[in-house]
Design a protein around this ligand. Structure first.
Ligand code: PLP
Length: 354
């Protein structure tokens, strides 16, 4: 079997056999009079933003721009409703309900477990090494991958700890699991890290999947534009599972604007400012009596340890500032998103009084 055939052998047999939904927009392109999709010929509202037609399932102009942004081939990209949908698609595609499992490295992003729960997939946990700044324990991960584990989720930079996972360790896991499991690297925050994406490694490693999003660096969380990047054969399988129209027309307009030359420049400037503010918070927060520790961050948030997280959260709430209590993951910690300079001043001011 070729490496790609080995990955396809990991797909649930029901999905391989599935005949995907064939939408009108997939079946026919072009034409002048569209009477094939039971659409209204007009949008009868006062504003007419051309919403009477179903959108292209995977708009080629958006795919082309995302492929250029991520340095990949268009056939390696699937646009999803946020990267959350990418996570869900991977679970439903690779994990047979009640039989297969995923592996996660806690503390990490909560949606992997939620998506596994929905699919009734078991969750194997291999904690990050807290004493080594939440480093990946590659040996423990590899030891824990039984034949039931079809998917390994690695989040880099990791949420909520903020750190990048060691690239060599991630690639060692990917290579060691060739033909055994798919490794999904969630790079939602990689734009803030200054390191290149792992997407370039997919060509040599078809069991590697990379998740990207416009929600963070591009500030488009409300538009829901994620990209699952994978071998074209894997993308073709995910296409069978995804709902027919994941890119609503207004979302397409917003995404194309974000990916225009001006949009790209604006996003770069936003990342530059947030990274500078992250550095300022990282140096100012440790000076405060209430702050016991600030973990290094490659993302747009900081995990801090405080004397009493409930008290810190209450003080924030009283001042109208909402942080995230992460004590369930790491005792007495609060995760603080880097905001505008003014918002960050508020964070510092309120924490100085705790
Ligand atoms: C690590 C990680 N992955 C994925 C997501 C989901 O992002 P979205 O669905 O908005 O692309 C988030 C959101 O906070 C996240 O923290």
């Amino acid at each position: 079997m070729t490496p790609v055939e080995q990955v396809l052998a990991l797909v649930r047999p029901e999905i391989l056999a599935l005949a995907p939904y064939s939408s009108a927009r997939k079946e026919s392109k072009g034409g002048r009079v569209w009477l094939d999709a039971n659409e209204n010929p007009e949008t009868p509202s006062v504003h007419k933003p051309l919403l009477n037609r179903y959108p292209d399932p995977q708009p080629p102009e958006l795919i082309a721009k995302l492929a250029a942004l991520y340095g990949i081939a268009p056939a390696q990209a699937l646009v999803t409703r946020g990267s959350d949908e990418g996570i869900d698609l991977l679970l439903r595609t690779f994990c047979r309900a009640g039989q297969d499992a995923i592996l996660i490295t806690p503390p990490t992003y909560g949606m992997y477990v939620v998506a596994a729960g929905i699919q009734n997939a078991r969750v194997v946990s291999v904690p990050l090494i807290r004493e080594k700044n939440f480093a990946l324990d590659a040996d423990a991960v590899l030891k824990s991958v039984s034949s039931e584990v079809k998917l390994v989720f690695l989040c880099s930079p990791n949420n909520p700890t903020g750190n990048l996972l060691d690239r060599a360790a991630v690639l060692r896991i990917v290579r060691s699991l060739a033909g055994k499991a798919v490794v999904a690297v969630d790079e939602a925050y990689v734009d803030f890290s200054g390191v290149p994406s792992l997407a370039a490694e997919i060509a040599a490693n078809p069991n590697l999947v990379v998740l990207r999003t416009l929600s963070k660096a591009f500030g488009l969380a409300g538009a829901r534009v994620g990209t699952t990047i994978a071998d074209p054969a894997v993308i073709a399988v995910l296409q069978k599972v995804i709902a027919p129209y994941p890119v609503p027309s207004p979302v397409l307009i917003a995404a194309l604007a974000a990916l225009s030359a001006d949009g790209l420049t604006a996003a770069q400037e936003s990342v530059r400012q947030l990274v500078a503010e992250r550095a300022r918070l990282s140096s100012e927060l440790p000076k405060l009596a209430a702050v016991k520790r600030v973990w290094p961050s490659d993302s747009n948030y900081l995990l801090i340890e405080v004397a009493d997280s409930a008290r810190a959260m209450a003080a924030g709430r009283a001042a109208g500032i909402i942080w995230r209590d992460r004590s369930k993951d790491v005792p007495n910690t609060v995760r603080i998103t880097v905001g505008t300079a003014e918002e960050n001043n508020s964070t510092l001011e309120v924490l100085s009084r705790v």
